[in-house]
Design a protein around this ligand. Structure first.
Ligand code: FES
Length: 69
């Protein structure tokens, strides 16, 4: 899959469903230096929805892991 398709997918994929935050947004704050779960949550507001981060936290941790490589 090309970079463009990946980018479109990232924009369509909601990582934090409660706060409607896309994977593109998550990647952007990670690229800008948010290198921990707490920093990503602070930068995006994820984790503060009704689920308390139960649904998005594992996905954010996965993205952080991916972006380290
Ligand atoms: S999905 Fe992120 S706070 Fe619920």
């Amino acid at each position: 899959m090309g970079d463009l398709n990946q980018e479109i997918l990232d924009r369509l994929t909601k990582v934090c469903i409660c706060k409607v935050i896309t994977r593109a947004t998550m990647k952007k704050v990670i690229a800008a230096g948010a290198d921990s779960l707490e920093k990503v949550q602070k930068a995006t507001g994820s984790g503060s929805g009704p689920c308390g981060g139960k649904r998005c936290t594992p996905k954010i941790l996965e993205l952080l892991e991916e972006c380290k490589n």
